[in-house]
Design a binder for this molecule. Structure first.
Ligand code: SF4
Length: 471
């Protein structure tokens, strides 16, 4: 037991010395003897190899190729790529049959009036900002700081600085004239006060003199005519004294008036500036909105692919029928008396101004009415917000998206005898709007004359009569 204890104690760190192992039985010897180096190396190598294999298996990507037969099913057969406003194409970036990726540029429009409008509007905006700064500087009685806008438009900034100086000088001149009047009135007032004080003293002395002479006249020391002369003198001085007092009152009043005029001039100046600034602020807000729209339009000069697919560019009209047939699609076009098109703006799908999904709703209307025979051709416009890009108010049926729902109009026309459609109902849900459109079409179908467009029809029938039947 003692021996064993020694053996195990020694073995805990570096193994058992050979001399001592000699006394152990074979099984314990095998267990306790330190393995030779080569075995150690082999074990370590195997362990390392195992770890390396695990790491390799974790990080390595294995490419597999599987060959099989299949069919490509496109998300949709045809995506018409159409610019919202149209324009002159300056560059077509894909060729017929090219595979295009979603978001890839397909064509570019020539920079039309939009760009010059945008430039003009940017200059107008800068000018308004500079005017605003000039006015604020006048109100706050400081020098204008035109900042970055001034650096970008130095001529405009210089003009505004000149106007600022002119306005300031004119105001200063006005106030200066009034200040001079105030000074003049002040000295008049002071002069009247001084004269009045002197005269008051004289009157006091003359009164005393009259009193003395009255007493002396009673005793006969002073003649009566001397007394009368003094009394006359007193009376004249009293009149002059009152005159000076009147002058003093007038000078005091006119001084107060001049001071008030100065205050009024300052007040009126600030009021005029504030009025002008108010107008400029509302103009700035309008121009900002226009700029957003123009910028938005300018960015749309680059037409991109809405989905990945095959580009069909420059199709010839005579081939369209065959292409539709190959694709198993209904062309849905009409020179006939039926729905010609539903024109829908991008709405919430693409446009940042959109408040309703005009594209989706337009598709729903198209599905509802496509192929329906009608008394005349029918055009429908669906706009996703009140900018009315889909010209809804000049379409036979117009649908306008607002936050609270759809507004449906009927009887618009953009032709030679243009007409704005009459609003039938507002704040409709999708289903309510569809129901109303359906009723309008049914009533129109049943009562209109052949080739009578919605605009002429509603004039003949009368709006109230029409509303009674569809609402
Ligand atoms: S109508 Fe409104 S939502 Fe539609 S494209 Fe014009 S701005 Fe965008």
């Amino acid at each position: 037991m003692k021996e064993n204890n020694i053996v195990f104690a020694a073995n805990t760190s570096a193994g058992l010395p050979r001399a001592r192992a000699h006394y152990l039985n074979q099984a314990i010897q095998l267990e306790e003897i330190t393995p030779v180096n080569i075995i150690n190396i082999a074990i370590m190598f195997s362990g390392g190899l195992l770890v390396a294999l695990v790491l390799w298996a974790h990080f390595t990507q294995i490419k597999e190729v599987a060959t099989t037969r299949g069919e490509i099913i496109p998300a949709d057969l045809i995506h018409n790529v159409q610019h919202l406003e149209g324009g002159i194409i300056s560059e077509i970036l894909v060729r017929n049959g090219d595979f295009v990726n979603k978001g890839q540029s397909l064509l570019r429009f020539a920079q039309p009036a939009t760009m010059s409008d945008l430039e003009q509007m940017s200059v107008r905006y800068a000018s308004l900002l500079l005017q605003q700064e000039r006015l604020y500087a006048l109100i706050e009685n400081r020098k204008p700081e035109f900042g970055e806008t001034g650096k970008s438009y130095p001529k405009l900034a210089k003009q505004q600085l000149t106007i600022y100086q002119a306005q300031l000088n004119s105001q200063k001149h006005k106030v200066l004239v009034i200040d001079q009047q105030i000074e003049q009135k002040k000295s008049e007032k002071q002069r009247s006060l001084n004269q009045s004080s002197i005269m008051k003293e004289e009157v006091k002395l003359l009164k005393e003199q009259v009193d003395i002479r009255k007493e002396l006249n009673k005793t006969g020391v002073v003649a009566r005519d001397e007394l009368l002369t003094t009394q006359i003198q007193l009376s004249e001085n009293l009149r002059e004294y009152r005159q000076f007092q009147d002058n003093f009152t007038v000078a005091k009043t006119t001084l107060a008036e001049a001071r008030q005029r100065r205050k009024d001039a300052e007040f009126q100046f600030i009021k005029d500036i504030q009025l002008e600034a108010g107008k400029i602020i509302s103009e700035i807000a309008e121009v900002e909105q226009t700029l957003i729209r123009l910028n938005d339009r300018a960015t749309r000069l680059n037409v991109v692919a809405p989905v990945s697919g095959i580009a069909l560019v420059g199709l010839k009209e005579e081939n369209l029928q065959d292409i539709y047939q190959d694709l198993g699609m209904d062309p849905g076009r009409a020179t006939e008396l039926r729905l010609h098109y539903v024109q829908a703006c991008p709405g919430t799908e693409v446009c940042k101004f959109g408040v309703r999904d005009s594209l989706g709703f337009g598709t729903r209307i198209e599905n509802l009415l496509a192929g329906t025979e009608l008394p005349a051709k029918l055009k429908i416009g669906v706009s996703g917000c009140q900018f009315c890009c889909a010209e809804n108010f000049v379409r036979d049926i117009g649908v306008l998206g607002k936050k609270n729902g759809w507004t449906v109009s009927f009887g618009g026309h953009s032709g030679n005898r243009a007409r704005v459609g009459d609003i039938l109902a507002t704040n409709l849900s999708d289903d309510e709007a569809i129901l109303l459109i359906n009723k309008c079409v049914e009533f129109y179908n049943a009562n209109a004359r052949k080739k009578e467009r919605a605009s002429r029809f509603i004039v003949r029938i009368g709006l109230e009569e029409f509303k009674k039947s569809v609402l």
